[in-house]
Design a binder for this molecule. Structure first.
Ligand SMILES: C[S@@+](CC[C@H](N)C(=O)[O-])C[C@H]1O[C@@H](n2cnc3c(N)ncnc32)[C@H](O)[C@@H]1O
Length: 217
């Protein structure tokens, strides 16, 4: 991500962090489809290595993944989000860092969760982010993406209240994950819930066990 884009995202979330935490730290519990996908991801990822919640915001999903038995930690570019996450979840690792600069060895992670966080990346930067997630993951590791859906067939910018953001066609993101070396495991698209403006997409993919080999069928 360009420095100015990252700065804009950081400043946007710093300015709304307390409000965001009040509004969203428990809201996911009332979203059964979202929770189902997050729980499936946690179950699949937890035995393969640590799980990184990248763009963790107030850290509620990091804590939720830990409650599922994942060795989960969070990272976020917003210092205010990290302050709130650390206060709410003492003893849990939360890094103040862009998602591509998290201190983790290549191939070390069992899972990467990017839940409504790559939505703020410029479209041209998303292949690089997916490649970075692939590099961080162990063979067999899982990546779960949450995002707003574009039904136009193209990624489309939209008037996100906090920072510049893009809605993605699920097929386009799935294609980019395949180009990065992932195999699709599951996807869901749901209609906007009360108070939401857009369809929501969730895409679960897996890094092949052996580089260059398709997963067994
Ligand atoms: C819509 S919020 C989602 C927060 C949390 N994942 C959730 O589901 O509530 C997006 C978060 O991603 C963070 N973020 C966006 N781009 C990032 C980047 N490149 N590196 C680290 N954090 C990023 C923002 O600071 C913000 O906290």
């Amino acid at each position: 991500m360009t420095a100015s884009h990252l700065d804009e995202t950081r400043a946007g979330y710093d300015s709304v962090a307390d409000l965001y935490a009040d509004l969203f730290s428990t809201a996911y519990l009332d979203m059964p489809f979202d929770l189902g996908m997050i729980n499936a991801f946690g179950r699949l990822a937890r035995d393969a290595g640590p799980v990184a919640d990248l763009g963790c915001g107030p850290g509620h999903l990091t804590a939720h993944l830990r409650s599922l038995g994942c060795d989960a930690f969070g990272a976020d570019v917003s210092a205010e989000m990290i302050r709130i996450a650390r206060a709410a979840h003492p003893g849990v690792r939360f890094d103040h860092a862009p998602m591509t600069e998290v201190d983790v060895a290549d191939g070390a992670l069992g899972g990467v969760l990017a839940w409504y966080s790559i939505i703020h990346a410029p479209v041209q930067d998303v292949p690089g982010l997916l490649a970075a997630f692939h590099r961080m993951l162990a063979p067999g590791g899982h990546l779960l993406l949450g995002f707003f859906v574009s039904d136009t067939g193209e990624p489309v910018p939209f008037d996100h209240k906090v920072a510049p953001a893009t809605r993605w066609p699920i097929d386009t993101l799935a294609g980019l994950t395949a180009e990065a070396g992932f195999t699709e495991v599951a996807r869901q698209r749901r209609e906007p819930a009360e108070g939401e403006r857009h369809r929501q997409g969730h895409l679960l993919v897996r890094k092949s066990v052996q580089e260059g080999e398709a997963d067994a069928v």
